[in-house]
Design a protein around this ligand. Sequence first.
Ligand SMILES: Nc1nc2c(c(=O)[nH]1)N[C@H]1C(S)=C(S)[C@@H](COP(=O)(O)OP(=O)(O)OC[C@H]3O[C@@H](n4cnc5c(=O)[nH]c(N)nc54)[C@H](O)[C@@H]3O)O[C@H]1N2
Ligand SMILES: Nc1nc2c(c(=O)[nH]1)N[C@H]1C(S)=C(S)[C@@H](COP(=O)(O)OP(=O)(O)OC[C@H]3O[C@@H](n4cnc5c(=O)[nH]c(N)nc54)[C@H](O)[C@@H]3O)O[C@H]1N2
Ligand code: SF4
Ligand SMILES: [Mo]
Length: 713
Amino acid sequence: MVSTASEKSANEKSVVFGACPHDCPDTCAMLVTVENGRATKVEGNPDHPFTRGTLCGKVSDYLDRVYSSDRILYPMRRVGAKGSKQFERISWDDALDEIANRFKQIINEYGAEAIMPCSYLGHEGLLNGLTVGDAFFNRLGATISERTFCASCTSTAYMMTCGLTHGTDPDTFKHSKYIILWGCNALSTNVHLWSFIQEARKNGAKLVSIDPVRTRTANQSDWHIPLRPGTDGALALGMMHVIISENLVDAEYVEKYTLGYAELKERVAQYPPEKVAQITGIPVSDILTLAREYASNQPSVIRLGVALEKQAGGGQGVRAICCLPALVGAWRHLGGGLLQAPMWPFPIRWEVVHRPEFIQPGTRLINLWQLGAALTGEMSLDSPIQALFVYNCNPVTQSAEQDKIVAGLAREDLFTVVSEHFMTDTADYADILLPATTQVENLDLMFSWGHTYVTLNQPAIAPLCEAVPNTELFRRLAARMGFEEECFKLTDEQLAMEVLDWSAPVMQDMSMESLQQQGYGKLKVDLVPHAQGNFPTPSGKCEFLATAQVDSNFVLPAFRQGYSEYQPGEPIDPLPTYTPQRESASSNPELAKRYPLNLLSAKPHQFINSCFANLPKHAKLQGEPRVIIHPDDAAKRGIANGQVVKVFNDRGSFQVPAIVSDMTRSGVAIAPLGYWRKLSLANNTINAATSSAFADMGHAAAVGDALVEVIAL
Ligand SMILES: Nc1nc2c(c(=O)[nH]1)N[C@H]1C(S)=C(S)[C@@H](COP(=O)(O)OP(=O)(O)OC[C@H]3O[C@@H](n4cnc5c(=O)[nH]c(N)nc54)[C@H](O)[C@@H]3O)O[C@H]1N2
Ligand SMILES: Nc1nc2c(c(=O)[nH]1)N[C@H]1C(S)=C(S)[C@@H](COP(=O)(O)OP(=O)(O)OC[C@H]3O[C@@H](n4cnc5c(=O)[nH]c(N)nc54)[C@H](O)[C@@H]3O)O[C@H]1N2
Ligand code: SF4
Ligand SMILES: [Mo]
């Protein structure tokens, strides 16, 4: 029997509705058992149609995180040198005073833009997640942080083609006959989709995985297509070439519901299979088979991974892929079409979370992917950043140019505040540390980027020691700064009511009461949304030829604290095209001579980004940091399996054992992400070698566009 938080008392056993807070498309509904005020069990809610009663291996031990003896549970002040990890416990009052005093001093001396928030997706809740500090920092007048680590490019490309639609509901994947996981390692990153895929396969569906690496997902697929990284656009254009030249087009659908077919036809004529084979490294016969099977087995569906955007031409690649379902009429069918991230129909009241009315025109904006250059002064700034406030984020391991970030954080004159659960590589450099609650200690309401359910997370236990939810942290700070506006006084319960438009048509039959009864509710979305077009694009059609006013600097305001101004960038070709990698033998032969291997990063199976990498059970299951290289590349370098190697380029290096395996292509090295710098062999991780350059759209992180050399040590 599930009881609501208010019904449970400290001395009885109760079960509370929870929701996994992590940055994962599955957004699982949890049940949390509480006995005598202590959480004793977390499990997947068996009633939830997507969670289906199971949590993944990362979160089934969530209570190890909650009750870890390494948790930060009190505010602390640095007492040793920067980065020396020496702290003393202080009171919340002292911590808030110190922050407010330093902020006021900095504002007087340098202006509020000298303060910068730094947040990402350690928590995905509508209350405590990405945007929790936006109102506070916008009111303060701080530098705006542009947060495009993830999905900004894919979302822009998708918007230009299909519009921001939920697309194919994952609940309907079981009806598909042909499923393409395109740059998506679902068995690690989207596990709950897998059971829907398996249902479809039982009914005869074929599963294709398009990935340079034979991942555990590719291994379990019916067909693995190991293309060269960054060549997805060429493959999709080549598929369209075949589909058009072999008359496999759904002519009626194209005629009625698409824009720019004639122009697309001309464009794809430039991508015959022979040329595409040269670019992608995939044989002509496979390109022909893929195009023919995809077009003729309906309903066909494509699941886009996030890794596709992590290339210089990622946006155009995604654009090309997004054209495919309309070309073959896959959108007509239940279970047909394309799944990007079905977060768009959630009726989130962004104005409530960002409070854009506080932003002064012309406020400085800095992208967090370039934090290293911003902190070290390499980026030209009117006035340097004097204070960094980090929450929900671990930039030292997760952002590019790690060595620069560390050098920046080591600056004596930088005042750094970090709100955290654990002493991360970033927290090591804090001047003030603040303790944050975990999900079982706070209220939240979850949207999802992997399904169409709203999930309620009720507080199961009281906050441990002096930990506070992020919402409370910003309420306290706002009060200390003397902010009088009502939005800074809203309780969590009030925020939960404000943050969603409960009267939106998709929320029909859902209310806070129904969520308290059931723990979750499904949005009323159309399960075959584009059988008759109805794409949320300017023309209402699937736009092969894009009419959206977008250039290379366009970033959705949601990724930038609600700020909508931007400096115009380069124009974007309105037709999908193939843009080669920036760092490759053909684009930069001189660089490729010195650094011949393309470095990719993989999401770790047992961690969520850098979360959990410090917990012994997770670390053991995930195994030690490593880089996987092909036997041919290893032989050329005299590298034996298990030997420690240095992976490096001009930006930096990391040291890990090499795994020699043909699961990767020759010329491609891949290393799992998320390991902590201080728990690694030589105090460095993959992001020491990645570039802070953006992809072609949405200022996305082009992490996969990086050349390195690997040498035995
Ligand atoms: N276990 C686990 N799950 C996670 C996460 C995690 O850290 N751990 N992180 C979550 C987050 S934040 C995200 S964004 C998602 C990401 O989810 P995914 O996109 O599925 O994850 P990635 O591992 O980044 O990339 C998927 C695959 O893309 C391949 N790939 C790399 N470059 C290319 C390319 O150019 N073309 C093609 N076709 N494939 C390429 C990689 O080899 C990899 O196997 O996962 C979420 N889920
Ligand atoms: N090389 C490379 N780099 C990448 C990627 C890649 O594929 N390759 N992927 C990128 C992508 S897709 C993503 S999404 C980003 C992820 O980047 P981040 O979101 O920075 O990644 P996390 O490692 O999850 O760090 C989140 C931190 O927030 C903390 N946290 C969790 N909950 C709370 C809370 O309630 N309050 C507070 N105050 N803190 C909390 C966690 O303990 C953790 O340390 O990384 C990006 N970086
Ligand atoms: S990390 Fe993902 S799969 Fe695992 S419990 Fe959380 S939402 Fe579910
Ligand atoms: Mo992500």
